[in-house]
Design a protein around this ligand. Sequence first.
Ligand code: PBG
Length: 330
Amino acid sequence: MTQYFPDFRPRRTRSQDWSRRLVREKTLTRDDLILSLIVHDGEDAPQPIPSMPGISRHSLKGAVEQAKIAADLGIPMISVFPHINPAKKDELGTEAFNPDGLIPQFIAEVKAKVPNIGVMCDVALDTYTSHGHDGLIDETGYMLNDETTEALVKQALAQAEAGVDVVGPSDMCDGRIGAIRQALEENDFINTKIMAYAAKYASGFYGPYRDAVGSKGALKGDKKTYQMDPLNSDEALIEVAMDIEEGADMLLVKPGLPYIDVLRRIKDEFKMPTFAFQVSGEYAMLEAAIANGWLDGERVRMEALQCFKRAGADGIITYWAIEAAKRLGA
Ligand code: PBG
């Protein structure tokens, strides 16, 4: 198919607003948004996160209110992360399986008070361990695979018992999707969905999040022995194939924009529901430039989300979901 000027002028369809709308290939709607929400176990006041201007940690009560605002705006799901008191952290991350812990409490409250929104929770121990790793480590600091998987199964079951809709294992251990799926099936949680952090990279873009959940100072070493190398994308296809085989319902690529090519490859190859996580560092980067007057916030915030749709994402986890939903309208 060759299209020669001047018979073909791509600018024709760009020349008016109505024709631009008519030929638009993708749309971003409220249904594409997943609100990323951080809940703290302290008193009622929201705690602003300095490296994420505009974003706060919310108390249990405040986070439920945020979930209600999101639901009223038509946002289909929230993804929740805990900030727990450092006194509750230990080497084994045992607070992660406390059935009366912050996250199970939050799940139960949202499910009771805001029935029309899905609740997804992170499955990983980093917010619960004194060393800040996503699982159990040996004396050299290496994260153990099978022992971690066992702990994650317990964490996922604690969440399922509290009524979680979607578990999101974000640890990158081998075989954990299969183990979690099997445990869910055995315990009759047949409709609990798994969104596998299938391609999660060892990325510097998580910096502000580690501040936000209080795991930054704690982290010893890095996460390169479990999270993926930023230069690999063939490997992402193998990770995804394994997660699908093991029982994942939905796939996630993380970070988002810097790894958008990976998202496209995954969507093209597997045709599964595939999501992007616009992570804390992406948020911070945009907001810092906007605050300096270097970028026009009204344009770039939406553009960044639209790019995910163009690349094939079915939805986006973002800290900016409420603001985006307001701009998108019903
Ligand atoms: C932990 C986890 C991380 C994020 C979500 N879950 C950080 C990490 O892996 O170190 C990052 C989220 C963000 O940066 O917004 N398993």
